[in-house]
Design a protein around this ligand. Structure first.
Ligand code: GLN
Length: 194
């Protein structure tokens, strides 16, 4: 199995470290040609969604990525990655990939809560540590079919799944716990076996 990690900006190295520790092959996605490789899943890391989105636009990678995700390539978007996937950003006019039918709010926790750490229940896997850094949250799910909120913190949705797309407002690559990545890898294995 091979996982591609978008590596144009942000916290991609931490995802790659975790995947390596889990014994999974990975490649860095830096340019459009990297997408020609056979991959079983895609990780969009945290960072700055506006910077990442513009780079993807300039590198002409938005359309091929959108296409692969729409055709079912499993994807895990964390923090800025969730924003890239979102169909709507309530406090920003941009839409980047737009494949995940949720409305998110960027930098949603205000200044004093810019970064924080907590724990919360994630559907199907139990209580998970969560690190938030200038994080978004999901304001609403825009479709009900084959989609669900996976986790909430203080009543706000911080993790979702729609089909093969998982989005988290927090950074699972920054904590020792591997269960979010394992949940994603399970999805990738199931999808590739079909
Ligand atoms: N605040 C960033 C954005 O809006 C996301 C922060 C992160 O990925 N840690 O894109």
């Amino acid at each position: 199995m091979k996982i591609a990690v978008l590596a144009v900006q942000g916290a991609f190295a931490e995802h790659i470290d975790k995947l390596k520790r889990l014994g999974v092959d990975c490649i860095e996605l830096r340019q459009r040609a990297d997408l020609e490789q056979d991959i079983d899943g895609l990780i969009l890391p945290g960072g700055e969604s506006t910077v990442q989105g513009k780079l993807l636009q300039d590198l002409q990678m938005l359309e091929p990525l959108r296409d692969r995700i729409s055709r079912g390539l499993p994807v895990l978007g964390t923090c800025a990655g969730l924003i890239l996937l979102a169909r709507k950003i309530s406090n920003d006019g941009a839409v980047w990939l737009g494949t995940l039918p949720v409305c998110v709010q960027r930098n949603a926790y205000g200044r004093q809560l810019g970064s924080f750490h907590t724990e919360a229940e994630v559907k199907g896997i139990g209580t998970v540590p969560m690190t938030f850094i200038r994080a978004p949250y999901v304001e609403s799910l825009m479709e009900t079919q084959d989609g669900e909120a996976l986790a909430r913190v203080d009543g706000r949705i911080v993790a979702v799944r729609y089909g093969n797309q998982i989005g988290t407002a927090f950074h699972p690559e920054l904590d020792e716990d591997d269960r979010i990545h394992e949940m994603f890898l399970h999805l990738c294995r199931k999808n590739s076996a079909r």
